[in-house]
Ligand binder design. Sequence first.
Ligand code: SF4
Length: 399
Amino acid sequence: MADHTSRAHAFLTASGSVRWLACTPSAKLEAEFPDTRSEAAAEGTLSHEICEIKARQRFFKKGEAGYIAKSVATRELNKLRKDPLYQDEMEDHTDTYVEELDLQALGFQERPYIALETRLDLSDWIPGGFGTADCIMVGGDKLLVADFKYGKGVRVDAENNTQMQLYALGAWKKFSLVYDIKRITMVIIQPRLSVNPSIWEIAIEDLISFGSYAGERAAMAINGEGDYNPGEDQCRFCRARERCRARADYNIQMAFGDIVGKLPPLITDEEVGEYLTKGEDVAKWLKDLQDYALSACLAGTDIPGYKAVEGRGSRDWTDQDAAFKALQAAGIPETMMYERKALTLAALEKVVGKKAFGETVGEFIKMKPGKPALVKASDKRPAITNIPSVEEAFAGVTE
Ligand code: SF4
């Protein structure tokens, strides 16, 4: 089984490429800060381990490399299910991953060659670089690289995704001697955020020219050359994001930039859009500063004008069973102490099972529209308005 925990420790990682490609000196600056693994990253690792076992069960038959016997898979899965970070919902999400891979395999003219958890040599583009692709499929002139994302904070798009393009380059290098690859498809499966994967295709010529660009930027990043280039995408997970001066200057300029000349008393809708876009990273930057300042204060460092205090506490039982017994003994009826509540639709479906649930109560389920939400214009969902259409406006009107 692949070692998911120690996957990427190169100086320039494919997963961090969005950062060092856009802001080349960030790699050296980040090296000054410890690489603290978050709980979310550990959850991601665990879910990847489950994905790998399920995918191996689905795609490899006895005698094939990658095959895993049912008893071994069950034992390994049971071990993973004992992990404190394991959640029941991981089963559904990892199943979705394998089902999507199945669908993607059907998109090939013949059954493709499938490789799971493949270490890729990226050194043609990044000195000493390597990466591990979750799944690679290759057949005819088509190469497919798929990646599972367990996070639900930020939707990761396959389009122009630099990590995926670097993996695709590594996969192309690995398989191009045997396959005449011309088309590359990248698939990101992020089931906690969307049932639909994000898919993007690129021609081999365009991928190769991305590789040349990445190679030039990597050489600069290794030497700490180039200008700091703050921006929402590259700063989001940068380890220097709280203390980076370039980011601080950029956000101060965004928030308090010069006002030139006398302007009308009301801001325009164009300005509303502009400020929302500009303000997004300012808000994140302030939150990062607060997080940093809190840990600094807790560590005894003086941050002028601030201090750490204990937040508002809440009451909790020392022994809930004993307390409830005492209440009952005092004559409080059990019906007052417990409430009978219907499970939510999603929770009930989980308990009953998708198929049986749909067959039994499918006819009683309707889609309720979600609350209107403001998103960026690049979001894939169609725009909505509450202006009635011509048909709605004239509904019921007769001459
Ligand atoms: S915080 Fe942003 S600008 Fe600063 S080094 Fe990191 S990526 Fe570059």
